[in-house]
Ligand binder design. Structure first.
Ligand SMILES: Cc1cc2nc3c(=O)[nH]c(=O)nc-3n(C[C@H](O)[C@H](O)[C@H](O)COP(=O)(O)OP(=O)(O)OC[C@H]3O[C@@H](n4cnc5c(N)ncnc54)[C@H](O)[C@@H]3O)c2cc1C
Length: 333
């Protein structure tokens, strides 16, 4: 039994962990590394978690899953000083009433640890799936940016963002239940710009993370305040979803300039010029309208999909969705 898992973010890797004793697995990801939106960018001496900032663990299942990772130091709690910032308003303190976790030394570390035992095809964008007869059995041939992906697979499980999954599964979605097709049409994912700023010297800031009340910006974190990071001062700014949507196709330099100006407007003192400035655009950063199905498995055609966007917009939602799909599939293997 061969299973292709598309995407090596948290969803794909949790699927792999759950199914490893049941089948031969191959994970495909278009990026050069694992982690998806749990991403860390390194440049010079700076490191930036420019996707997911932290995660919470509300379900028993997720806490159980994280426990050995906490014990081995792959995961640690982050206890930042958190403020809300707004132009012309006094900053106010935000209290976090539950543990907030990060991977160490960067957000990708969690997925790197989970990926160790698995067969990965990285820098391998899946571009199509075609049904084929193989030894009298119907299977799936995967097409990738590097050509056909070897032997056909019995099952294909996607953890890609909804629009990409829909494109890949397009010719086969009519075999899925009607309510799934209807709900898929209603899924809304939002973009986000991440501006990474590296500074030559420490900044004197009264926060390690802040929600920002501004039409352009939503969030800032002092990345080096997270446990196990390098000391170099590294800030991550996230745009608001609505502003990112309005400006998706604008010049990167202009976008960075607007974000920096917005950040400056909520600070009490002038920010020094950054030594390093990098902008990243996330096309599918967060989930405005989820699918409202924990995951979907179509046993007739042997296709399935999961991902954070099935139920929520968080690392925990990705975990929960992948666990749900794995449990459904195990009853079929
Ligand atoms: C800016 C930002 C801030 C966030 N902040 C938080 C936060 O603070 N807390 C929190 O809990 N969550 C946060 N999230 C959300 C969190 O990162 C996601 O919920 C979680 O990482 C989703 O995991 P996933 O495996 O479902 O999807 P992804 O991580 O998106 O994985 C999908 C994978 O599919 C790959 N892929 C896509 N197309 C193809 C293709 N055609 N072929 C092969 N591979 C492909 C991608 O490269 C990617 O690795 C944030 C996300 C972003 C972007």
């Amino acid at each position: 039994m061969r299973i292709a898992i598309l995407g090596a973010g948290l969803s794909g890797l949790v699927l792999a962990e759950q199914l490893q004793d049941c089948a031969e697995l191959v994970l495909f990801d278009k990026s050069h590394g694992v982690g998806g939106r749990m991403a860390t960018r390194r440049a010079d001496d700076f490191a930036f978690d420019h996707g997911a900032q932290f995660f919470t663990a509300r379900s028993k299942a997720f806490r159980r899953f994280l426990l050995p990772l906490v014990e081995t130091g792959v995961i640690a709690q982050w206890e930042p000083r958190v403020l809300t910032l707004a132009a012309g308003e006094k900053p106010y303190k935000r209290d976090w009433f539950e543990p907030h976790y990060v991977a160490v030394p960067g957000m990708t570390a969690l997925c790197k640890a989970l990926a160790e035992p698995h067969v990965l095809q990285l820098e391998c964008c899946v571009t199509g799936i075609t049904p084929v007869e193989h030894a009298g059995i119907r299977k799936w041939q995967l097409m990738t940016s590097a050509g056909p992906a070897g032997e056909p697979f019995d099952w294909v499980l996607s953890t890609l963002p909804a629009p990409k999954m829909q494109m890949l599964f397009e010719d086969h979605l009519h075999t899925f239940p009607f309510d799934v097709q209807q709900s898929l049409a209603e899924v809304v994912l939002s973009p986000c710009f991440a501006l990474m700023l590296g500074f030559a010297a420490p900044l004197s800031l009264s926060f390690d993370a802040a929600r920002i009340k501004h039409p352009v910006l939503d969030w800032v974190s002092v990345n080096n305040s997270k446990p196990g990071r390098s000391a170099s001062t590294a800030l991550v700014l996230h745009s608001s979803a609505s502003w990112a949507r309005e400006n998706t196709d604008n010049e990167k330099d202009w976008v960075a300039e607007q974000m920096l100006a917005a950040f400056q407007s909520v600070l009490p003192a002038t920010l020094p010029a950054p030594q390093l400035q990098v902008l990243h655009r996330w096309m599918y950063a967060s989930v405005e309208q989820p699918l409202e199905h924990s995951s979907v498995l179509q046993t007739g055609v042997r296709l399935g999909f999961c991902g954070d966007w099935c139920t929520g917009s968080s690392v925990e939602a990705a975990f929960t969705s992948a666990m749900h799909l794995a449990a459904q599939l195990k009853t079929q293997l």
